[in-house]
Ligand binder design. Structure first.
Ligand SMILES: [Zn+2]
Length: 152
């Protein structure tokens, strides 16, 4: 069993319970453990930040992103709540969609790769992608993800 600790930060109020549930489902069988402080767990920790739902970050129509330092992707991922909400319109799936965007970025952060394939690792997401019942990582990506986790 592999474990990954995720520290979820919401800039404004966000459906955190649904977000955490979605990340756990999307990245199964890795066991996602949510913590309330970013500095209590060394290694295997990703900080996932949900930006303010009322103010887009003005990054075009980007739903989520990672940050790099010296060419390496850091274990810190972001979702733009306002952009995701714009894409969904009035939807009860906001928490699921945000969780899915964050799970996608967590995949980049853990594998340290920016390339895309299919499913949860697609380059772009449509409204349907974010609202449909299950968007999986392709088997090879899931293998890469669990392998990379052991290297962290
Ligand atoms: Zn991506």
């Amino acid at each position: 069993m592999s474990y990954l600790w995720v520290f979820l930060v919401c800039v404004s109020s966000c459906p955190s319970h649904e977000i955490l549930h979605e990340i756990s489902q999307d990245l199964f069988p890795v066991r996602i453990i949510f913590i309330s402080s970013g500095d209590s767990v060394p290694g295997k920790l990703v900080t996932a930040k949900v930006e303010d739902c009322s103010a887009p970050r003005a990054r075009g129509n980007v739903l989520g992103w990672t940050v790099k330092q010296d060419g390496e992707i850091l274990p810190e991922v972001f979702a733009d709540c306002a952009q995701v909400r714009d894409l969904l319109g009035d939807s009860r799936f906001l928490g699921q969609a945000l969780g899915r965007v964050l799970a996608h970025e967590i995949f980049h952060a853990v594998t340290k790769r920016e390339s895309h394939t299919l499913g949860l690792n697609s380059r772009t997401f449509s409204r349907e992608d974010l609202e449909s019942p299950g968007l999986l990582l392709p088997a090879r990506d899931l293998k890469l993800f669990t392998y990379s986790l052991h290297q962290m």
